[in-house]
Design a binder for this molecule. Structure first.
Ligand code: SF4
Length: 470
């Protein structure tokens, strides 16, 4: 690992006027629905998806490790990471008691940092590879198929480094026509679908794959399930890039986002009825493979997950399906009809455990609220907000320091996904104590910037309070 981060602005991509779609076209065996709105790729059929993925990855034009870059390129990246992503404030808190107090009197603010927080090695590795590509290919046009990871500042930094985001379109396509032979295309930390990998190879681009190895590990699990003719039950969100990529490597799959949905599917396995089938097909219409038939494809199943889901929930879902298979087919059938592997990444789990520890410690009563810093689209960050919220503890989720305004308003994301502004969120007339954590794609420097803003705001509020009293 080379090293650590900065601050910038949000990348806006979407949005083009709708025009009449053009006909479907075929390119070297790949089906693409091409239209002025965008291109929807569909993988060309292959006998073995695992072998196809590995074949593409073996190409000389497919770079995917630090070893694919020179020591000069790596040194430039290291310098950039140190300059832009490091936080001396968080480093010193980590080295001492995980707590620090700034200001005085009514302006005093104490921050208590979760024991595990912030950018994971997979996200850091992904940024390093993307930056290395900018140094290795200074003269080529560089694209990325998606946000590198869910952090607006990181994505803006990459854009400033000359990486163009392949535009998403309202019809669910992407503007792949912007990519030309000879260009460089970066795959994000969440990975890419088989269709995208085939398309980019056909197009003759150089690919820089920054997929986190934890995500690849899930794909390896899926490969094993496919080789055993199993349907994959993905614990994930069907619209999430990582889950979409994972689904593309399955033969057959159905995606459940939580235990309730898993119970729904298990009930069908145990009590299949024509009405139940119709309901299930409707409920999971967007979350199942083409041609999925619950009467055929739920007889041999394996569990896989989006790496950022709740580990305990994935384990509970696995257990539920295992029990269901045993109830349906008997205990001797379990080994043949059911498989589960633990593929939740440690980084996600450690951050969830640390915020759980913080809220379960009796000293949580001292905290005014918890501040969670991370992208609004970041699934692992959203979970860090849910954990205190579910215990009745106030947690504010911001995606960057600019959410904190000097007029004591806070722009933050609620659990339902809406972004709202709360006024007078910071008490003006007394010291405050704030719990702090950040998502696995959040550079420490962004957290420091947010804390600095709070310190300045708190001082300003206290002094205006004093002025009013005087
Ligand atoms: S959260 Fe886990 S899976 Fe995601 S990038 Fe980090 S290490 Fe990889």
């Amino acid at each position: 690992m080379w090293s650590t981060v900065v601050v910038v602005v949000v990348v806006a991509t979407l949005g083009t006027a709708l025009r009449a779609p053009a006909p479907t076209v075929v390119r070297r065996g790949m089906w693409m629905s091409a239209s002025p709105e965008g291109t929807k790729l569909e993988a060309r059929p292959v006998e073995n998806k695992k072998q196809e993925r590995r074949r593409i990855m073996k190409s000389d034009k497919f770079l995917r490790t630090n070893g694919d870059f020179s020591s000069e390129e790596k040194a430039l990246v290291e310098k950039q990471m140190l300059a832009e992503m490091k936080s001396s404030l968080l480093d010193s808190m980590r080295a001492e008691s995980f707590e620090t107090t700034k200001g005085q009197g009514a302006g005093e603010v104490t921050f208590r940092l979760a024991k595990e927080y912030g950018m994971c090695w997979g996200a850091e590795r992904s940024i390093e590879l993307a930056l290395a590509a900018t140094h290795k290919f200074p003269d080529q046009r560089k694209h990325i198929t998606n946000e590198l990871l869910h952090n607006p500042g990181v994505n803006a930094m990459l854009e400033q480094s000359g990486i163009e985001f392949i535009e998403k379109t309202p019809d669910g396509g992407k503007r792949f026509d912007d990519v030309k032979a000879g260009d460089v295309v970066i795959l994000p930390a969440f990975g890419a679908t088989l269709a995208e990998m085939q398309y980019l190879e056909d197009k003759g681009v150089t690919t820089v794959d920054t997929t986190c190895p934890w995500v690849s590990k899930v794909w390896n699990v899926v490969d094993k399930q496919v080789s055993r003719d199993m349907t994959t039950i993905i614990h994930g969100k069907y619209a999430h890039e990582e889950a979409i990529a994972t689904a593309s490597y399955c033969q057959n799959y159905i995606m459940v986002k939580n235990l309730d949905e898993a119970e729904y599917v298990c009930n069908y396995i145990l009590n299949p009825t024509p009405e139940g089938k119709e309901d299930l097909m409707k409920k999971f219409a967007k979350a199942m493979s083409k041609g999925f038939d619950p009467d055929v494809h739920l007889k041999k199943i394996g569990i896989a997950n989006q790496t950022t889901m709740y580990k305990r929930e994935t384990a509970a879902i696995g257990k539920l399906f295992e029990t269901t298979i045993i109830r349906k087919y008997g205990p001797e059938a379990a080994a043949e009809r059911f498989a589960a592997f633990d593929t939740i990444c440690d980084a996600t789990q450690e951050r969830q455990d640390a915020i759980t520890d913080m809220i379960e410690d009796p000293s949580v009563a001292e905290l005014d609220f918890i501040l969670v810093v991370g992208g609004f689209d970041s699934s692992n960050t959203a979970h860090l907000v849910e954990i205190p919220h579910n215990k009745g503890i106030t947690a504010f989720h911001i995606n960057e320091a600019s959410c904190i305004s000097s007029s004591n308003t806070l722009r933050h994301r609620l659990l339902d996904g809406s972004v709202v502004t709360t006024e007078n969120w910071l008490p003006a007339d007394r010291p405050v104590k704030i719990g702090v954590t950040s998502g696995a794609s959040t550079p420490d420097a962004y957290v420091e910037e947010a804390l600095e803003r709070i310190v300045l705001l708190k001082a300003a509020l206290a002094s205006s309070e004093e002025t009013q009293l005087a």
